[in-house]
Design a protein. Structure first.
Length: 296
């Protein structure tokens, strides 16, 4: 095991996989991220003690002559109590190999997420979503417009769906919920666009109405949550810390929003932050946004 600290900057990152934190720290010298293997073990196994689980597994790998353990670096990462503790970490390329040795049914799904896999449309669109922050496209958009939502959708799903950025012409439903009928969709979108978006309540009402409209054949939630944050950022200098919103509570509040917007307003209000230029917060928001769409 290598103990390294001096060459590492204070730049740390937290991504989320199925509501589990995966911490990482940046090595300026090596130009790469190192990830906490204990966090990953916690995310993909059902172990009540992931640290012990990893310790036993690491010992087993050594006994079997697996040389991956020699690439393990013990780095100080910030824990939930705000203190820093030495944590076993691997660089990305080693993480991919170490994870494959874990006896878990979730290995493939995790690696698809971790490597932004091209195996699925979700994986490929999520990879696109991560680049939105640096693209500058969001800054040029007019908040609250149908056009800006179409631009977001086209960016996420361009080359993946032939309807990327295009308003649907068919009536759709999901989970027993019927969305706006196709023949009324265009006039509904025009009405939504005319809705004001100057206050938190106005912005949330507009978001709820756009969710009911569901203008695309697929990818509505992922696109509209970014659209919501765009309005909040431009109008209120705020955005949502999506990691503070539980998936089940969010989905239930959105179902209720068709007749009562107060539950979703309370959830969103509680997660408001002024960290609108925080790249890691944006990345974390994308992780959660895609997590909300995963089937249970």
């Amino acid at each position: 095991m290598t103990i390294i600290n001096a060459q590492f900057t204070m730049k740390q990152s937290i991504r989320f996989y199925n509501d589990h934190e995966v911490r990482a720290i940046w090595s300026e010298e090596e130009g790469k991220w190192f990830f906490s293997i204990v966090d990953i073990v916690a995310a993909i196994t059902e172990s009540p003690n992931p640290r012990k689980y990893w310790s036993v597994h690491k010992t087993r790998l050594k006994k079997n002559g697996n040389e991956l353990t020699t690439n393990c670096s013990q780095l100080k990462l910030t824990a939930a109590d705000g203190k820093k503790y030495a944590t076993d970490c691997f660089a990305q390329e080693d993480i991919e190999e170490v994870v494959k040795t874990l006896p878990s049914k979730n290995v493939t799904a995790f690696l698809d997420w971790f490597t932004y896999s091209d195996n699925t449309i979700d994986g490929r669109s999520k990879k696109k979503a991560y680049t939105l922050f640096e693209s500058g496209i969001l800054e040029s958009m007019k908040p609250g417009t149908t056009e800006s939502l179409q631009q977001i959708h086209a960016f996420l799903f361009g080359g993946l769906y032939d309807f990327a950025g295009k308003i649907r012409t068919k009536t759709i439903s999901k989970g027993g919920t019927m969305f706006c009928r196709a023949e009324y969709l265009q006039q509904n979108l025009e009405a939504i666009e005319r809705m004001p978006n100057n206050t938190f309540d106005e912005i949330t009402d507009k978001y709820v109405e756009m969710n009911v409209a569901h203008p695309f054949m697929e990818g509505n939630g992922r696109s509209t949550r970014i659209w919501l944050d765009l309005m909040l950022k431009k109008q209120l200098k705020k955005c949502i810390d999506w990691s503070m919103i539980d998936k089940k509570e969010y989905l239930e509040a959105m179902r209720k929003s068709i007749v009562d917007a107060q539950p979703i307003k309370r959830l969103l209000q509680s997660a408001l932050t002024d960290s609108i230029d925080d790249r890691e917060l944006f990345m974390k928001g994308i992780d959660y946004s895609y997590y909300y769409e995963q089937e249970e």
